[in-house]
Design a protein around this ligand. Structure first.
Ligand code: DX5
Ligand code: ZN
Length: 225
């Protein structure tokens, strides 16, 4: 099932409540919440208080992407803020198994992300324990970048491995996704599509979400490598 997760990083921060309601009304499934600490990535965004404030007025699935160092320190606070899915970075964790345990013990879905330079098979030892993986299609840190197409082979490798093991794994892609390339990313096996600029920046957000969804649905898992 294809899900669309607009990233609030591209929303109007002075009108955030309205913008979130707007993409919800426009058909978004998830809300992607990019948390950056200025250490793991060279940018600072927002923290748990903002997520808790948005939670009061939204029924979207909250898809929290923690781009922070040593995230185990903050899992509980982001779970309590209202996250449904919590993604940590493989590169930021000393003990990935403990983090997965912690996320699940708080009732959230557990997800691990890899940056463009990290191979897909880094996730193979933990794949059976994950609800979702997030393959970064840009270097994390900023919205509005161009998708790095060479990252997509990792989506394919993860989809193949999950299918081989009989896992119903969600594979999310994040960075530079538009209606023009959503079919391509889905063809490699991605089923959760993050889109920041191409949704919040679109003149017609509903049309943008519909276009991303229909391109992804038609092309899902069609590539043969
Ligand atoms: C990048 C973030 C992305 C970003 C996506 O570090 O993880 O979620 O906001 O934005 P677009 O879709 O504009 O590339
Ligand atoms: Zn993100």
């Amino acid at each position: 099932m294809i899900r669309i997760s607009p990233s609030v990083l591209a929303a109007d921060f002075a009108a955030l409540g309205n913008d979130v309601k707007d993409v919800s009304d426009a058909g978004a499934d998830y809300l992607h919440l990019d948390v950056m600490d200025g250490v793991f990535v060279p940018n600072i965004s927002f923290g748990p208080d903002l997520i808790a404030a948005l939670r009061k007025n939204s029924n979207l699935v909250f898809d929290t992407h923690l781009m922070i160092t040593d995230p185990i320190r903050y899992i509980e606070v982001f779970a309590k803020a209202g996250s449904d899915i919590i993604t940590v970075h493989y590169e930021a964790c000393a003990d990935i198994d403990s983090i997965i345990d912690k996320i699940k013990s708080l009732g959230c879905k557990a997800s691990v992300s890899i940056k463009p330079a990290t191979p897909a098979n880094a996730l193979f030892p933990i794949l059976d324990r994950l609800d979702m993986v997030l393959v970064m299609t840009v270097e994390p840190g900023f919205g509005g970048q161009k998708m790095i197409e060479s990252t997509l082979v990792k989506v394919y490798e993860l989809r193949q491995e999950a299918t081989r093991r009989g896992l119903e794994l969600d594979i999310e892609v994040d960075g530079g996704i538009t209606p023009q390339n959503a079919g391509l990313v889905a063809s490699y096996g991605a089923n959760i599509i993050v889109a920041g600029s191409s949704v919040f920046g679109a003149p017609d957000r509903k049309a943008a979400i519909n276009a991303i969804r229909s391109e992804a649905e038609v092309n899902y898992c069609t590539i043969k490598l």
